[in-house]
Design a protein around this ligand. Sequence first.
Ligand code: TYD
Length: 202
Amino acid sequence: MFITFEGPEGCGKSTHAKRLKAFLEGKGYQVVLTREPGGTQVGKNIRDLLLDPQSVLDENTEVYLFAADRSEHVSKIILPALESGKAVISDRFIDSTLAYQIGGRGLPEDLVRYLVMVSSKGLMPDLTILLDVAPEIGLRRATKDTIADRFEKEKMEFHQRVREKYLEIAKADPERIKVINTDNREIDDIQEEIRCRINEKL
Ligand code: TYD
């Protein structure tokens, strides 16, 4: 079982991914919780380059770095875990690249989709939870106690395009991608809905 969490800044993915791990472990599954970018040793360095607000990156370089991070992640972490019978939860995966690099940055759809396919080795999640949030709310949450990273510093229009692209991708693949709105909702309530989606899949 390969589950991914997706969504704009401050949607609460990391909190819910951790809680879902505990829930699945309670059901007897062995679970690997990982993330992109930065799920591998090399990936941590790539993550620093991508998120550092001081990094000045061409947008093509940016998408190649995400692809490099994913290639490492799929071959070193995700596939070995799935092959040994574990469940894998990844905090971000392919849909982040589609939403941020096509939607946010405006890179050509065919280039980005090709890079996504090659870097993921064609691996698709069994289920994707898209935590939707209005950019104003999400950004406020994301930057409350920390310095804004290179993406969080982008303009509001960038974040709006990311959100719209996410919703478009979800509409095109409703079987895999389940959209859960998180605006003004309690964490427990959202987690309950996520667990319902997972149970349906199990
Ligand atoms: P993340 O660690 O999830 O940030 P946060 O916890 O603040 O949501 O992700 C890092 C950033 O990288 C995030 O702003 C989204 C961006 N990103 C892309 O632009 N493309 C990608 O393919 C991935 C995986 C992430």
